[in-house]
Design a protein around this ligand. Structure first.
Ligand SMILES: Nc1ncnc2c1ncn2[C@@H]1O[C@H](COP(=O)(O)OP(=O)(O)OP(=O)(O)O)[C@@H](O)[C@H]1O
Ligand SMILES: Nc1nc(=O)c2ncn([C@H]3C[C@H](O)[C@@H](CO)O3)c2[nH]1
Length: 343
């Protein structure tokens, strides 16, 4: 119930009916409605319900879907924040970074005695961390391609037919691939000048060719000191990241600051230069137990969703009962709400 209430608040629209669709994060989201079948299914739906005005095609061509990426340093809490957004706004589509694709690349490179192909699974993320000069360019081609695919996925039916603000949220983007990681690897000397030139060439070509389909309307920048990120990274304990040191996170922090705060990174796409950036202080700590953390967040959101707290103002001043205990995510919620309304 509170999810409905919150969704109404976030979109700032009066929704008559609100169908809560709890979905898993990731690639499985409404996948049966994607691709070529999507329009057919939507048209059927439109005919059955008679709501022609909300047909997917109409919404898509009207450009009503807001595409937003969550950016930030390694382990700052993007996936955690994405889960928060998804549970608060079940109608939105929230897509996590395709890390498992990078960890599981299948190659058929030999045949067994019966002549059947033998597949090997390679972990490109691990290879990149173990030997950056050898694997960084390869990694960036694959990470960028997988991000491009994610950003190009057609919106699921429920997003196209929903009445309020339709939002697709990506964890990172083709832009952070270039202006954070690939650039950083180039500056570190792990991507050679010729590899960097080639990367930039095909990156620009793809972004320009796909045009509005990969454009973003906004960026949420989760910002925290690199020391905090290192602590969270170590706590998470992803095997491939064992060798990640503070200086690497400091470099990535500087890249984020240059791109999203100082705006001193040279950007090659006009729309991206003027994109609104919502900066959130992600340094506030949760309790370490993920279950308690989840309950804690739900509580904050439940309270934040009451009309009284919403009506009271901008979130910083408006809800003392919530802000007095964990101010951080409460305030973030209101900032996010206002941010989406302004796009
Ligand atoms: N606000 C927070 N306070 C304390 N711990 C947090 C907070 N946010 C996330 N964490 C913890 O930090 C770790 C990293 O979080 P998460 O996986 O969300 O980061 P990420 O930014 O998505 O990482 P990556 O850059 O690798 O994609 C997790 O163990 C998570 O539980
Ligand atoms: N080199 C490099 N380039 C990228 O585009 C990129 N995107 C993410 N990562 C690393 C950070 C986390 O360890 C892990 C999950 O985010 O993957 C990247 N590393």
């Amino acid at each position: 119930m509170y999810r409905c209430a919150l969704f109404n608040l976030v979109t700032t629209l009066n929704i008559q009916t609100c169908v809560v669709q709890v979905r898993r994060l990731g690639s499985s989201t409404a996948s049966i409605l994607r691709g070529g079948k999507r329009t057919i299914r939507l048209n059927i739906m439109a005919n059955k319900t008679g709501k022609q005005s909300f047909s997917g095609r109409a919404r898509e061509t009207a450009g009503q879907i807001k595409r937003v990426s969550i950016e930030g340093n390694i382990a700052v809490g993007k996936s955690t924040f994405a889960r928060l957004l998804q549970s608060a706004c079940p109608d939105w589509e929230v897509m996590t970074e395709p890390v498992s694709m990078w960890q599981n690349i299948q190659t058929a490179n030999s045949k067994d005695s019966q002549g059947s192909p033998q597949t090997t699974v390679s972990n490109l993320l691990q290879m990149m961390y173990q030997d950056p000069p050898r694997w960084s360019y390869t990694f960036q081609t694959y990470s960028c391609m997988s991000r491009m695919k994610t950003q190009l996925q057609p919106p699921p039916a429920h997003l196209l037919t929903s009445v309020g603000t339709a939002v697709q949220v990506y964890e990172r983007s083709v832009y952070s691939d270039r202006y954070i990681f690939a650039l950083n690897m180039f500056e570190l000397g792990c991507i050679s000048p010729i590899e960097w030139a080639i990367y930039q060439d095909w990156h620009s070509l793809l972004v320009e060719e796909f045009g509005p389909r990969v454009e973003l309307e906004g960026i949420i920048y989760l910002r925290a000191p690199p020391e905090t990120c290192l602590k969270r990274l170590q706590h998470r304990g992803r095997a491939e990241e064992e060798g990640v040191k503070l200086d690497y996170l400091e470099m990535l922090h500087v890249q984020h600051e240059r791109w999203l705060v100082e705006k001193s990174t040279e950007i090659h796409f006009d729309k991206l230069k003027n994109i609104p950036v919502l900066e959130l202080d992600a340094s506030a700590e949760f309790q370490s137990d993920p279950v308690v953390q989840e309950q804690f967040i739900s509580k904050v959101f439940t309270t934040a969703a009451t009309p009284a707290s919403y009506d009271a103002g901008d979130g910083h001043r408006g809800a003392p009962s919530v802000c007095s205990s964990p101010p951080h995510f409460y305030c973030s919620f209101f900032q996010v709400k206002n941010f989406f309304s302004s796009l």
